[in-house]
Design a protein around this ligand. Structure first.
Ligand code: OOG
Ligand code: MG
Length: 255
């Protein structure tokens, strides 16, 4: 087995069994191209088991996240059908290694969006926007990784929760975002924290996905990246996100 196939199988197994694994490239010697090949092979295992590719997620699009994880490059990962968590669900912590949650904005496309586009072209392809929570769960021990490590591990993506879709007629550039656990505020931020405007994350997603040979299609979901640092999930709590003009969403964490 090539190293790529071997690492991909190990990361897929770690995700499937919710068991942490060793970093694959702690010294960061791998190229990003190799890391994305491992990611593709990693997610191909899920597709072989019947999951569908439903979109992409952007990572490290805010300073808060870059600082929290010590990485300052924008990355992306693949979203699959089984990662979707219904709004209001009760999550089982045992399905994850060491999950965290973070507040995001999601886009739903009504037209293909591929390659170099500007912000107004990107917005013209948007069917709707929604408040979203991402559950990130690094498959590496202690949630520690290098840049190639996290790319290979599908940018830590593990689950996503999406609220009601809204027509994209709200200015998204500076919306207040509040993430709370049982009504206690954990993080307050603004959508402006996401590359100055979350639409820029969509522009970047269109370019990166096309470069990788999976251009964004109508119906694709794009997660723009977290506006604030992530928080560990706590058993027995209700996680809620409120976004100005976009409403709120949430889910339970089982005891
Ligand atoms: C990597 C994923 C980063 C975001 O929204 O910035 C990310 C991680 O923090 O483990 O999803
Ligand atoms: Mg995220």
């Amino acid at each position: 087995m090539s190293h790529i196939a071997e690492f991909a199988a190990r990361l897929d197994e770690a995700a499937r069994t919710a068991t942490a694994t060793q970093q694959i490239d702690p010294e960061s010697v791998m190229s990003l191209e190799q890391a994305y090949r491992i990611q593709a092979a990693n997610i191909a295992h899920r597709v072989e088991r019947g999951e569908k590719l439903v979109g992409v997620k952007m990572g490290f699009t805010s300073r808060a996240k870059m600082i929290q994880m010590g990485i300052d490059d924008v990355i992306w990962g693949r979203l699959t059908s089984d990662m979707r968590v219904e709004e209001g669900t009760a999550l089982k912590l045992s399905d994850y290694v060491h999950p965290r949650v973070e507040p995001e904005i999601a886009f739903l496309l009504k037209a293909p969006l591929a390659g170099d586009v500007n912000a107004s072209e990107a917005l013209a392809a948007v069917e709707a926007v929604a408040p979203a929570l991402e559950i990130i769960d690094s498959r590496y021990k202690d949630f520690k990784f290098s840049l190639p490590d996290v790319i290979a591990d599908n940018a830590s993506s593990s689950g996503f929760v999406i609220g009601n879709w809204h027509a994209p007629d709200t200015d998204l550039s500076n919306l207040g975002m509040v993430m709370s656990f049982d009504g206690k505020v954990q993080h307050v931020g603004s959508s402006a924290a996401i590359l100055g405007n979350p639409v820029r994350a969509l522009v970047a997603a269109a370019r990166l996905a096309a470069e990788a040979g999976i251009p964004l299609q109508a119906g694709a979901i794009v997660m723009a990246g977290a506006a604030t640092a992530a928080e560990w999930l706590v058993p027995g709590t209700y996680v809620r996100l409120d976004i100005q003009n976009l409403g709120s969403i949430g889910f339970h964490v089982q005891e």
